[in-house]
Design a protein around this ligand. Sequence first.
Ligand code: KG4
Ligand code: ZN
Length: 339
Amino acid sequence: MKDVITLAIESSCDETACAILKNGREVLTNIISTQIETHKKFGGVVPEVASRKHIENIDVVVQQALEEANLGFGDITHIAVTYGPGLVGALLVGLSYAKALAFSLGIPFVGVNHIEGHLSANYIVDNDLKPPFITLIVSGGHTHLVEVKDYGVYEILGKTKDDASGEAFDKIARAMNLGYPGGPIVDRLAKNGNPHSVEFPRACINEDGYDFSFSGLKSSVLNHLNSCKMKGIEIVPEDICASFQAAVVDVLVNKTIKACKDKNYNIVTLSGGVAANSALREKMKQTCDENGLKLCYPPLVLCTDNAAMIGCAGYYRYINGRRDGMELNAVPNLKIDKG
Ligand code: KG4
Ligand code: ZN
C-alpha cells in the first residue's frame, strides 16, 4: 500500500506549527515557532497579537517543514489542521491556510480537534499503543479525563468545573511574579521546595465523580500569599510551588487511577502541556506501577502544542474516511466528543 503522507498545521493558541508524518505515527519533521517571548511581557497570550504572528509565521514553518523532510508539495497525501478548540482568530489563520493549500494542490483536508491531537501524541511515542485506554489531558485550556474507546471514539468521564490545571499553574506563577508561562517555572522551583510546607486543599478528591476544580486551590494559595504579606512572614516561593503542585498532582493522579479501577482499564496515557510536569509524571508512574497499570506519556516537545500530534489524529480521521469541505469553520469551544 502507498504511504500516506500527512502535512499538519496547528495554530490554535501561541504556537505556529507544521509537521509532516508518514503513515500517521512516523514524524518526518516537527517545526514549532513559539510566540512565548512576544506574549511574555503581557503575562499571557493576547489573542489579536497571536493571530497576527500566526499570519507572519505560517508560510515560514510550512516551507521549513518541507525542506527538513526533503519533500515537495506533490508528495503530500492530505492536510490535517486544527479547527478547534482555541482562539478563533488564531484558528482561522491555520484553517484558511490549510484550505487554500488543499484546494490548490487538489488533495483532501481534515479538520482535527486540538484535544484529540494532544492525546494522539501518545500514539507517536508508543508504536504498540492502541485503544482502549484512559487518558488524562491537562493543558493551559483543558483538564479532561477521557475514556478512549477506539480511534476517534471518546467518552468524557470528567473535566474541570472552573480553571484548567495549566491555567492554575500560570496564575500562581503570576501572583508570585515568577514569569510566563508559569508551569515550567513552578515545576523547576518546586524541586527545591517542601511539598508539605502548606497543606493546600485537594478539591473533589473524595467525590464520587471524575470532575476537577482548581479555582479553590488557586484562591487558597493567593490568600496564603496575602496573609503572609500582611503578617510580614517571609514567602519561600520554592515551598509554595511545591505545596501547590503537590495538591494538583494528588487530585490528578487520584482521579485517573480511580477511573482505571472503576472502568477496568489497564493503560493510562497523559497529554497536554501539564503532562510535562515532572512531579505529575513521577507520581503517576509510581502509582501506576503499584496498581499494575501501564503508563505512557509523550516527550516534552509533544506535550505542549505542536503539529505532529495534529497530524497523527488527522491521519486516523483520514483513513477512517473523514473528509472536510471548504465550509468547515473554526469552532473555538469544540468538545472532544463532538467532532
Ligand atoms: O498544551 P499547551 O501547550 O497549550 C494548551 O493547549 O493549553 O499547554 C500549556 C500549559 C501552560 O499552562 C503551561 O504553564 C503548562 O502547560 N505547562 C506546565 C509545564 N510545562 C507547561 N505545567 C506544569 N508543569 C510543567 N512542566
Ligand atoms: Zn494544547
